[in-house]
Write a protein that binds this ligand. Structure first.
Ligand SMILES: Cc1ncc(COP(=O)(O)O)c(C=O)c1O
Length: 392
């Protein structure tokens, strides 16, 4: 390290840091996100900026909202891309719906239920839990029991748990339990939206949020959020302002609602990007897209079986967009990840939280969910496993 006191910082170009042109490696992205971005989305991101209040941008905002409604399967007026990553749409959902003194019921069966709990506490809420082991979905019987015991105001669940590769089945049953108890439901759809069946209106989900860098194959930066009128009424009737100014939906309403007035400068390029990514969803058709994810990830799962690998999630709860695969005995999970990256420019990820070291997390999302990626990954993984002395 240079001692700052010795440095002569003239400010001349000669004295400026000598950083070369950007040349990131050309990776195949098969981790838990980001997934590969469709070339059309990258092209949309290189188009010139307009102002965030330009009439042409207002039209683009309307189109994005319409496309998001299609993708979420909702007519909710309150459907927007939140500026920021999935955690921003998550915090917008929880931080606005949970008021100080409210009780929020959260799941314990994965990493992101824990994040829900942290956000609910920061919002001034009291957190209660419904238990299920990591690697299993919530059981409606347990959810009902937790409701009877705690009478929560808000219930959050993770539709597609990226840490365990588990899909939560039976969403309508969960939402009906919550509504029988007059509670609001928040669904984390970060790893499901655009890749796995989610029907916000038909399944009676009050609030759903997502991220763009998973099954929508868009760079992170503008994250989908939808609220029905019932949830938005609670948000607009709050006695105390939400703790975040930036994510206060009653203020964001001024920008995304009828007024279209300045709140913050929207990330214009990210809005272009998500518009194009959502156009691709609409062109493919949302149901055809869900089918493609199942089919392509189904081939991937079959290939894992041929390599002698076991899935973390039982078949009934398998999450096509995120395959958590158990690391066989005697195999170094990190060495396999490194081998794939250095020898094949191929990204997969290790386990998170309680599953660290036990699983690999292999995504099959959006533009990455293609037969050629699956064949490439299986061949590369076979080689990496052989390096470790594992043969099927
Ligand atoms: C289920 C789930 N929820 C929330 C998030 C947070 O999203 P982000 O990392 O984009 O902030 C993630 C990210 O992987 C996720 O998988």
């Amino acid at each position: 390290m240079t001692d700052a006191s010795d440095a002569t910082h003239t400010g001349d170009a000669d004295d400026a840091p000598d950083v070369g042109e950007l040349t990131p490696p050309d990776r195949t992205l098969m981790g838990p996100g980001p997934s590969e971005v469709h070339p059309r989305v990258l092209r949309a991101m290189s188009t010139p900026l307009v102002g965030h209040l330009d009439p042409s941008f207002v039209e683009i905002m309307n189109e994005v909202q319409e496309l998001l409604r299609y993708t979420f399967r909702t007519d909710n007026q309150w459907t927007i891309p939140v500026s920021g990553t999935g955690s921003a749409s998550m915090e917008a959902a929880i931080g606005n719906l949970v008021e100080p003194g409210d009780t929020m019921l959260v799941p314990t069966n994965g990493y992101f239920g824990g994040r829900m709990a942290s956000m609910a506490r920061r919002a001034g809420g009291e957190v209660v839990e419904v238990d299920a082991p990591w690697g299993e979905p919530l059981d409606p019987v347990d959810v009902e029991a937790a409701f009877d015991e705690h009478q929560p105001d808000v219930f959050g669940f993770v539709h597609a748990e990226t840490s365990t590769g588990v899909l939560q089945p039976g969403v309508p049953e969960l939402t009906s339990i919550a509504h029988d108890h007059d509670a609001y439901v928040i669904a984390d759809c970060v790893t499901s939206l655009g890749g796995v069946e989610m029907r916000v209106d038909e399944w009676d989900v009050d609030v759903a949020y997502s991220g763009p860098q998973k099954c929508l194959s868009c760079p992170p930066g503008a994250s989908p959020l939808t609220l029905n009128d019932r949830a938005m009424d609670k948000v607009l009737d709050r006695e105390e302002e939400p703790r975040s100014w930036y994510l206060d939906l009653s203020l964001l309403e001024g920008y995304w609602g009828d007024e279209r007035a300045y709140h913050h400068t929207a990330p214009i390029t990210n809005v272009y990007a998500i518009r194009e990514a959502l156009r691709l969803v609409a062109e493919e058709g949302i149901e055809a897209r869900w089918d493609r994810h199942r089919a392509v990830a189904g081939d991937l799962k079959a290939g894992f079986g041929e390599l002698g690998l076991e899935m973390n999630a039982p078949d009934d709860y398998w999450l096509p967009s995120l395959n958590a695969v158990r690391v066989p005995d005697g195999v170094d999970d990190g060495a396999v990840i490194d081998h794939l990256l250095t020898e094949y420019d191929l990204e997969i990820a290790s386990g998170l939280g309680a599953l660290a070291g036990d699983v690999w997390r292999i995504g099959c999302m959006g533009y990455s969910a293609r037969a050629q990626n699956v064949e490439f990954l299986l061949a590369a993984l076979e080689d990496a496993l052989a390096e470790q002395g594992h043969v099927a």
